[in-house]
Design a protein around this ligand. Structure first.
Ligand SMILES: *Cc1c(COP(=O)(O)O)cnc(C)c1O
Length: 469
């Protein structure tokens, strides 16, 4: 049975169920598998055949991570249910984008962004694990617009979960707000906080910091450091290798990156045995990762708003998982390194380790002007419309690709209709919402406006949660 250890080395190791519900480790670290299960593409093909469904591949890849904590039949049912919420038969189709380049479209889920691939599974796994334990939770989160809807869609109508999402009142786009507020489910509660996104995040932190309150409502989160989200994302790297028939051959990936969860999942696939010759970590103007791969120094600076808001980050929290490997699984070193990073805003990796990383990793920055150009170029050349996040990844692939013969898979992380203004500015055409979201502007909205005040928000959460007193 797989055990999970904290990157900071002092928290006790856990099984999958505990890791799922815990999120962050009590020592401040992130959970990683003690050992990576081993697999080759040839073995995968032998297990699932040459033309499996996405769900079949997903079960084969994830089973070693969950085995012993969930019934095989239950797990299969949950995975099938999860990917039935996607409206493409391939779930994450590969679309050719010119010479030896493909788009891996991760945006066919309920909210049109790649977060659905993991969150749709995690919501169901939470419900299953809570049911086994006879427990329930209240999930809280803050969103600037993009991630809230994926969490809400993942948790709506789950028996044992109540979810409360805070967004800054009047500061999200209308599509983003409506994707959250038109969800008609009794366990979903939207709060428009009279304040900024930072105020929302501070309220969430304060709620978690209040031990009495936290216990009383069984507070929980499904943020991007949750191991199960990384696990679900490992699957589509294998899927791409399988679909491109890369048995015994390498593949390269370009990944639009914010919190480093998506690209770390690619690294996980490689640790398992997938042959990956290059990872391109694509960033917008918020280029802390590009500067890191260039210099070995990770230095926090101000965040600038860009056309690709889900990548507007200061710190990529999942990077700690890669650092753990870079420092040979020495938890004490990681604890020192990241405590210091928090205090000083600087983290440095020596030239030797940086050199080892750079054998297969590249950081690449694409600014807003270039992002618009890439959207226009690709539209003109092959008729595909890219969202600005995807365009950052495609632009980075054009700039940093190392081999003309190894196929380059660019992860497409959002549907263009999610960012209609940026797309229209680039190509003069407004992308249409897919049919499942038609009617978004007619459906009634449900949300409560609250002041930026902890006691008021806590009272709201307490009154909505179905946790027994
Ligand atoms: C979250 C998100 C990203 C960044 O992914 P990470 O796993 O945080 O690196 C990129 N694009 C879109 C559209 C996203 O929603």
């Amino acid at each position: 049975m797989m055990r999970y250890v904290s990157t900071r080395g002092t928290a006790p190791d856990l099984g999958f169920g505990d890791t799922l519900l815990a999120g962050l480790a009590p020592d401040g670290g992130l959970y990683v598998p003690q050992e990576w299960p081993k697999l080759s593409l040839a073995e995968l093909v032998a297990t699932v055949g040459a033309h499996p469904t996405y769900a079949e591949v997903a079960v084969a890849i994830m089973w070693p991570f969950v085995e012993g904590t969930i019934d095989r039949a239950d797990f299969e049912r949950i995975v099938v249910e999860t990917y039935a919420t996607f409206d493409h038969p391939d779930v994450v189709p590969l679309t050719p984008l010119g010479e030896r380049t493909w788009l891996l479209e991760l945006f066919h889920g309920p909210t049109l962004a790649f977060k659905d691939v993991a969150l749709q599974l995690v919501g169901r796994l939470f419900d299953h694990e809570l049911d086994r334990r006879g427990e329930r939770v209240t999930i809280v989160g803050a969103t600037s617009g993009d991630t809230g809807s994926a969490a809400i869609e993942a948790c709506k109508d789950r028996e044992l979960i109540d979810i409360v999402i805070l967004h800054p009142h009047g500061r999200t786009s209308e599509v983003q707000r409506r994707q959250m507020t038109t969800v008609d489910a009794a366990n979903v509660h939207n709060v428009a906080v009279e304040g900024t996104f930072d105020d929302c995040q501070d309220l969430i932190k304060a709620m978690f910091g209040d031990a009495t309150f936290r216990e009383r409502v069984h507070l929980s989160a499904v943020n991007s450091i949750n191991w199960a989200r990384v696990m679900a994302q490992i699957v589509y790297y294998w899927w791409a290798g399988l679909r491109l028939d890369r048995v015994g051959l390498p593949t390269a990936f370009s990944v639009p990156t914010g919190n480093f969860g998506n690209v770390f999942a690619g690294h996980g696939a490689r640790r398992m045995g997938l042959d990956v010759s290059q990872f391109i970590v694509a960033s917008n103007r918020n280029d802390i990762l590009t500067r890191f791969f260039d210099t070995g120094e990770m230095r926090i600076t101000d965040v600038h708003p860009t056309l690709s808001p889900s990548m507007d980050i200061q710190v990529s929290s999942n990077f700690e998982r890669l650092a753990y490997e870079l420092f040979s699984a020495r938890g004490e070193t990681i604890a020192d390194l990241f405590t210091q990073f928090r205090e000083t805003g600087v983290l440095t990796v020596d030239p030797y380790r940086l050199g080892a990383l750079r054998e297969t990793w590249d950081g690449c920055r694409i600014d807003d002007d270039r992002t618009r150009e890439v959207i226009a170029e690709v539209h003109e050349r092959c008729g595909e419309i890219l969202d600005p996040h995807t365009a950052v990844g495609v632009g980075a692939a054009m700039a940093c690709r190392r081999s003309a013969t190894v196929p380059m898979v660019c992860l497409a992380t959002a549907h263009p209709a999610k960012f209609p203004d940026a797309v229209e500015a680039a190509i003069g055409v407004r992308p249409e919402l897919p049919p499942k979201l038609a009617g978004l502007y007619e459906r009634p909205e449900r949300y409560t406006v609250l002041p930026n005040d902890l006691t008021t928000v806590q009272e709201f959460v307490r009154a909505r949660t179905r946790v027994a007193p």
